[in-house]
Design a protein around this ligand. Structure first.
Ligand code: GDP
Ligand code: MG
Length: 486
């Protein structure tokens, strides 16, 4: 009886064990097949790489939003950059990696949104072909720049944009300037912007044609943006006496003054003096680099010059300075003096009057920064002192009754209303605008930066240049060997 009870107990234990085994097997096999589909779905849904890697050019915003919405989707983040370059907001892939909140700081930093009149974006997309990418990344890597360690332009863009500041190139140009401007763009891209992909704003008093847009947007590595100048900023103000203006032009023509009889040139000078920073497209930026057709960049620019300006508290910079042709500005200084007398509060206590005047302000010596090259802070022009100064000059009418250039106007304002420490001479930016060259006279600089210019062409230390005076009044140390190039 005892034996029978023991064997029954064994049978029961075996049955229970077998039942547990069967149940486990069932749970294991069924369980995996039930839970897998949802998890696969949830990973695949937010950002299938194929979808992001081949964006339709016009799907700008949605792509940016997608990237920002997919924080952990690394494969999606890298290819997101083409969308930014295709004319969409330049939200870098890097900015898309953190949670969506990161989008706000990017905007605050000034990374602009695509405006409605940004009509260059679509053709700009093709400029982002990998061909331009590899050299960009390689150059950055060579420079020891961990900002662009990626293997394609998109990665480079994303990395570079992480530390970019709010800045743009700006070119005022006619449609007929397309080819000559292309040469300038190519050199700036190759020597500098391929590593940083800053935007490029093109402004014109007439609508840009398709050829201009095709050519320029294909060449720039950042966004290409095209703006039309409002008519009232490129025409005579009401108070201008047309007959008097015409008479002046005739006189200047007879005197052989360059552009003396040109009406468009006068509008151009007035626009560059008083309006370019007010253009809707320029509102998105803090710093700009002005670029003209047919200029040359002789040396590598292996650091972010915009960021350098900001980090070093500089608001205006130049490469060449010289005296103005005084027949173009007979009353500019008198008008300036009258303005200062009425508004002494705008004169900076650490101004550079000693650079523009040899007699403590009685007369203007004509020295000016050659404004076809400018890297500067737009906020200076936007400020009260300059705005009021421009209004006073415009009211006096010298842009039309004489031929006031934007170069002396900018330079006088910088010298009087800006502390001298905020002005910078870019000795290392080899530059040419016909007929003057800035070529670093220091051999080590030329070699380090792969310059292609001849220092004997350099204008900086020549008798006619105002840059030696600039060095003197600021007490700067001149580069080694400067005396061999006077
Ligand atoms: N849209 C437009 N741009 C102009 C006009 N005239 C000159 N510019 C631009 O203004 C800048 C200065 O003109 P430029 O001919 O180079 O003058 P220069 O450097 O003083 O000989 C360049 O960027 C030109 O492309 C014009 O009538 N319309
Ligand atoms: Mg020019």
């Amino acid at each position: 009886m005892a034996n029978l009870t023991r064997s029954n107990a064994r049978i029961v234990r075996f049955a229970v064990f077998a039942a547990i085994l069967i149940a486990c097997g069932f749970i294991l096999s069924k369980g995996s097949s039930y839970s897998a589909p949802p998890s696969v779905k949830s990973v695949a849904q937010p950002g299938p790489p194929v979808q992001v890697a081949t964006p339709p050019v016009d799907a700008k915003d949605s792509l940016i939003n997608k990237a920002a919405d997919a924080p952990a989707a690394a494969p999606a983040a890298a290819p997101a950059a083409p969308a930014a370059k295709a004319g969409a907001p330049a939200v870098p892939a890097k900015a898309a990696v953190p949670p969506p909140a990161a989008a706000a700081p990017a905007k605050q930093e000034g990374i602009p949104q695509a405006p409605s009149d940004d009509i260059g974006g679509s053709s700009n997309a093709k400029a982002q072909a990998p061909a331009a990418a590899a050299p960009a990344a390689a150059a950055a890597a060579k420079a020891g720049d961990d900002k662009a360690a990626g293997s394609d332009s998109n990665a480079g863009t994303a990395k570079a944009s992480g530390s970019r500041i709010s800045a743009t190139f700006v070119s005022l140009a006619r449609n007929s300037d397309a080819q000559s401007l292309l040469g300038s763009i190519r050199q700036i891209e190759d020597r500098f912007n391929k590593n940083y992909n800053y935007d490029w704003v093109f402004l014109n008093d007439e609508p840009f044609d398709q050829n201009f847009k095709d050519i320029t947007s294909a060449a720039v590595s950042g966004r290409a943006r095209y703006g039309l100048i409002p008519k009232e900023q490129w025409s005579y103000p009401d108070h201008i006496d047309q007959e008097k203006a015409a008479y002046t032009r005739e006189q200047m023509k007879n005197d052989g003054v360059i552009y003396g009889d040109s009406v468009p040139y006068r509008h151009m000078c007035r626009y560059e003096s008083g309006f370019f920073w007010r253009h809707e497209l320029m509102m998105d930026y803090e710093y700009y680099w002005r670029v003209e057709p047919d200029v040359k960049i002789y040396c590598d620019i292996d650091y972010d010059v915009f960021k350098w300006m900001k980090d070093n508290n500089k608001d205006y910079s130049f490469t060449i300075s010289l005296p103005e042709y005084d027949k173009t500005i007979p009353t500019l200084w008198e008008t300036t003096k009258a303005f200062i007398e009425e508004n002494p509060q705008y004169l900076d206590k650490d101004n550079m009057m000693d650079w523009i005047s040899n007699d403590k302000g009685q007369t203007y010596n004509g020295c000016h920064f050659w404004s076809n090259f400018e890297i500067a802070n737009l906020n200076f022009w936007r400020g009260e002192a300059y705005t009021k100064y421009f209004e006073a000059l415009d009211a006096a009418g010298g842009f039309f009754y004489e031929r006031w250039g934007d170069a002396p106007v900018h330079s006088i304002a910088v010298s009087l209303f800006m502390p001298r420490d905020k002005v910078h001479f870019f000795e290392d930016v080899g530059y040419f605008h016909v007929p003057f060259h800035n070529c670093p006279v220091n051999k080590a600089t030329r070699l380090a930066k792969n310059c292609v210019c001849n220092p004997s062409d350099d204008f900086t230390w020549r008798g006619h240049s105002c840059t030696p005076r600039y060095y003197s009044v600021k007490g700067l140390k001149r580069p080694e060997g400067w005396e061999n190039f006077t």
